[in-house]
Ligand binder design. Structure first.
Ligand code: NAP
Length: 247
């Protein structure tokens, strides 16, 4: 029997990068996986096919999770199809880096909506079914930047730090209901988001990481499986950062 056999898992932003690795790992462990995407339909479909080819079940559903109404329809669709959500991974995220003085209101709002409000939007609809079933695993993908701050990242750092506060608060409210709420704070992971940085910036970042290498999306996916298996951990942040930031 696989670890997550019979579980229904939702991964926001599961089409690429860390989310795709999380979706595949959940599928490998036997979960039925709903992969949410916004623009990358072809990538999402490739993840679905890879999971289905291993004998697990996956489907992809488009929804812009930065907005409340499409997210509501998305999660309601999952509940209609599968009856419940057991595992919810709030992974979708974007950066719009710019120094504070130059940052526009649009860049601020887009990052807060996509990285932080999205978790409110999904949990709002998925949580009642978890509490009803007395089981749930909510995993919010935050970032080391939410802990350390980042130059030109006041929007992103605020959203990711906010996600940790959200995690702790929701954990308090759900602790007696069989639902755990935890965050993962990745360091720098080799995905589109990071490899898009100029080489010199990337080299400077790697030089600061005690392990002297970027993390892999699979490193974060393994953290998700660990949290899914943990019964007695809630309101915590799992720091997977190669030693970059030690709490
Ligand atoms: P990525 O490669 O850029 O992928 C981002 C994913 O989010 C894509 O699947 C994208 O879907 C989805 N997404 C973005 N906006 C969306 C929206 N409005 N609605 C639905 N889906 C949306 O990023 P990544 O590096 O894998 O990052 C994944 C998460 O980890 C993010 O929350 C990020 O902040 C966090 N993180 C990353 C790192 C890192 O070093 N890479 C470090 C710390 C934390 P579409 O392509 O379909 O739009």
């Amino acid at each position: 029997m696989k670890k997550l056999e019979g579980k229904i898992a939702v991964v926001t932003g599961g089409s690429r990068g860390i989310g795709a690795a999380i979706a595949k790992e959940l599928g490998r462990e036997g979960a039925t996986v709903v992969i949410n995407y916004n623009h990358s339909q072809v990538h999402a479909q490739a993840v679905v096919e890879e999971i289905n080819s291993t004998g697990s079940t996956a489907i992809a559903i488009q929804a812009d999770i930065s907005e409340a109404e499409p997210t509501k329809l998305f999660i309601e669709n999952v509940l209609e199809k599968f009856g419940r959500v057991d595992i919810l991974v709030n992974n979708a995220g974007i950066t719009r880096d710019r120094s504070f003085r130059k940052m526009s209101y649009e860049e601020w709002n887009k990052v807060i909506d996509t990285n932080l409000s999205s978790a409110f939007n999904t949990c709002k609809i998925a949580l009642p079914s978890m509490l009803e079933n007395k089981y749930g695993r909510i995993i919010n993908i935050s970032s080391v930047i939410g802990q350390s701050g980042g130059f030109g990242q006041s929007n992103y750092a605020a959203a990711k730090a906010g996600l940790v506060g959200f995690t702790k608060s929701l954990a308090l409210e759900t602790a007696r209901g069989g639902v755990t709420v935890n965050a993962i704070c990745p360091g720098f992971i080799a995905t589109d988001m990071v490899v898009a940085m100029p080489d010199t910036v990337l080299e400077a970042i790697v030089a600061q990481i005690p392990m002297k290498k970027l993390g892999k999306p699979e490193d974060i996916a393994k953290g998700v499986i660990f949290i899914c298996e943990c019964e007695y951990m809630t309101g915590q942040s799992l720091n997977l950062n190669g030693g970059l930031y030690m709490m």
